[in-house]
Design a protein. Sequence first.
Length: 285
Amino acid sequence: MDKIRPIYLSEKNGDLWLTEDERENLKIDYRIKDIIYAEQSAFQYVMILDSYAFGRMLALDGIVQTTSIDGHIYNEMISHVPLCIHPHPRQILIIGGGDCGAAKEICKYDHVERIDLVEIDKLVVEACQNHLPEVSGRLSDPRVHFIFEDGVDFVKNKAQEYDVIIVDSSDPIGPAEVLFEKSFYQSLFKALKDDGLMVCQSQSPIFHAEIMRQTHQRISSIFAKAALYMAVVPTYPGGFWSFTVGSKQHITPDPARLRGQDLLYVNKPLIKSCFDLPQFVLNLL
Ligand code: SAM
């Protein structure tokens, strides 16, 4: 505790705390055991912290992105649902996803030939590969191609290249703000093949209901089919978290397509019923 005190951390009664300042009048405090890594990149302040409640965690500009305790929930849901909807996914694009957790899940599908992971911040990948193996698995599959570029620029000139695009972005503030814009979803539509589909994380139905509703509305206005599904991720504000799929053809998941022996959240019944939503979420759309 006598090492450097990065910003976003403070000491109270001899304990170290990370205070996550949410946009919607909410603060969440995590008691921290140790600072594993802290570096300012060109885009954000990158920290790997060891916490008492959630083990090691990645925080960007003080906001928790993923942890060794609940990271699998988000990463399994953002990866396996779209891979169970597409009948033959071969070419995959991940935008964001620098913690490598989503790519690690996609690698469980032998028929996937290539995964392009377009992450704006190389430091996030390095920090997670070196210090957050519970999430990244120290990913070294040769099908994964790391491209360090802004996701918006990367997709701009792509046409009919991908079967599935996963937008694994941080919150719509800072570098990820552009990943929630309608013009970006239009570029994704163009980058997808005729039977392609995309999924993005679309925030909390409790604390970011308007962003969630707007994201669903923007995607429905571009794609033939759009649908929302949810997972409970304890470290995200409110717990409930939403994902939105946009598909050029159908949106029905087939649980028989599920791969992975070690899954902890996703299973076949959950895949089958993932689009069954609580009434208050339906009311918001
Ligand atoms: N699971 C997380 C969540 O919902 O909070 C997101 C994980 S992942 C770490 C998000 C990544 O998106 C970050 O590493 C960030 O650097 C990256 N990112 C943000 N804006 C981006 C952009 N415009 N292009 C590519 N990657 C971007």
